[in-house]
Design a protein around this ligand. Structure first.
Ligand SMILES: CC(C)(COP(=O)(O)OP(=O)(O)OC[C@H]1O[C@@H](n2cnc3c(N)ncnc32)[C@H](O)[C@@H]1OP(=O)(O)O)[C@@H](O)C(=O)NCCC(=O)NCCS
Length: 156
């Protein structure tokens, strides 16, 4: 890293919102895609602040937000979401630190397994997780949108 500042990981604070949204808009092209209204960073933040906000973490270098990660634990499995590192600071171990932080917090809660999803087109991200010991499970991922953004019901 080109700075002497120390990296720390702490819980997200509402005052981090603008910096986190800017980071996500750069790291996740979906957040800039107007055809995907479900990818709304402000809504994602609001939803997380309403559900296990203590599992939303930011990496801070000096005063600067340089990474994010969200965890979740439903009592059966843990989940990891919204991992992102500032593009200018990748390959310096920040992503590894963020994942390790969530793993430690969920392990402390008794979580036996951490799951995550990676877009199949993102081979580099898969390589990152494999370097951290994550392996593909023999499952397919199914999903269904609920509420206002639900898909139309199939014809019967
Ligand atoms: C995935 C991401 C968080 C990794 O963060 P990072 O801080 O660069 O990762 P680290 O420096 O901790 O990388 C650890 C190891 O993972 C592997 N790795 C990381 N990025 C990689 C890449 N682009 N290609 C291949 N391997 C990679 C390497 O083995 C690396 O170790 P090395 O640098 O000593 O070779 C970052 O690339 C990112 O923000 N991507 C965009 C957002 C995104 O897609 N997030 C995932 C959502 S599921």
């Amino acid at each position: 890293m080109t700075t002497n500042a120390t990296l720390s990981i702490r819980c997200f604070d509402a005052s981090d919102t603008d910096a986190v949204v800017a980071l996500w808009q750069n790291a996740f092209p979906e957040y800039r895609d107007v055809t995907k209204p479900q990818r709304n960073p402000h809504l994602s933040i609001a939803n997380k602040l309403a559900t296990q906000p203590e599992l939303f973490f930011v990496a801070v270098l000096g005063e600067r937000i340089v990474g994010t990660v969200m965890g979740g634990y439903d009592g059966h499995r843990g989940w990891l979401y919204s991992l992102a590192v500032d593009e200018s600071l990748r390959r310096h171990g920040i992503g590894t630190r963020l994942v390790a932080h969530v793993e430690a917090v969920l392990t402390e809660r008794g979580c036996p397994k951490l799951n995550l999803q990676v877009l199949s087109a993102k081979a580099d991200v898969r390589a990152f997780y494999e370097a951290l010991g994550y392996r593909a499970d023999a499952v397919i991922s199914l999903g269904k949108r609920l509420g206002e953004l639900a898909d139309p019901a199939p014809a019967v």
